[in-house]
Design a protein around this ligand. Sequence first.
Ligand code: NAD
Ligand code: ZN
Length: 257
Amino acid sequence: MRAGGSDPIREAARILAERGNVVVLTGAGISVESGIPSFRGSQGMWAKYDPMEYATLHAFMQSPRKVWEMLAEMVSVCGGAKPNAAHRGLAALEEMGVARAVITQNVDGLHQAAGSRRVIEYHGNLDELICVSCWKRYPTRDRWTPGSVPLCDCGEILKPNVVLFGEPIPWLAQEQAEEEARTCGVLLVIGTSAQVSPACDIPRIAKESGAAVVEINPEPTPLTASVTDIHLRGTASGVIGAMVRMFHDPDMRSPKG
Ligand code: NAD
Ligand code: ZN
C-alpha cells in the first residue's frame, strides 16, 4: 500500500478513518518543535554528549556527577518546554475517538500536558527521580535545582526514572505497548529514527499483526522501506495539523473510533 492520490496526507487520514483503532508511537522528533533537541543529527544531544559516556546505566553507576551534566540539561530544557501543535493535535484525535493510545519514547511529559489521556511511557519520565540503592522515589522538583546533584535520604545520588541504555523497559509499559501494537488497526509512527531497541520492534509487531503503518518524519528511517505503508515526509506539527483539520469534516470520522 503506497500513498495513491495527489494528497498523501488525505490518503493516510482515510486509512485512519476506515480502519479505526489508531495507536500512535512517538519519538524525540515530535518534541523538536517544542525546543527539545532530538538525540541524533547535527543539532542533537549526541553531537555534544557521547551516549556511551553519558546515557548508559554503567556510566551513571561509575560517574553519576558527570552523567548529571547531561541530565541537568535535559531536565531544564524539558521542564521549560510546552506542547506544540502536534502534541495538541494527537490529543484532539483521541478526543474525537480517532486515536486510542499514544506510546511514547519521550521522557518530557508533553503528551499529557497537551491533554492526551492514554499515554504509555516506554522510557519513563524525567518528572521522577529514583534511588538506585534503596529504590525510594521523589518528584524531581522536590530534589533537584539547577547546578545541584539530587540526593536520596540514604545519601545516594538519585537517577531520573528514565530508561538509560543497558536498563530494561518498565514491565507494564512494555506489556501495554506490545498489546496495543498487536491489536491496533493503524500504527502512526511519528518522529523516531527507529534505532533504539526494543522500541523499534513496535512497528514490526503492529505490521505482522495486520496493522497499516503510517510514518511521519521529514527523513526516511530504517522502517520506511521495510515496514511503512505510507511515509508522510513532513514535520509532525504540519502533518498532524493537516490531519486534524481533515477529521473536522464529519464525513471523515470513523464509526469504529
Ligand atoms: P532520534 O533522536 O533518534 O530521532 C529523531 C527523529 O525525529 C529523526 O528520525 C528525525 O528525522 C525526526 N524529526 C526531526 N524533526 C522532526 C519533526 N519536526 N517532526 C517529525 N519528525 C522529526 O529519536 P528517537 O528515535 O526518539 O530516539 C531517541 C531516544 O532518546 C528515545 O528513546 C527518547 O526517549 C530519547 N529522547 C527523548 C527526548 C524527549 O523526551 N523529548 C529528547 C531526546 C531524546
Ligand atoms: Zn536511597
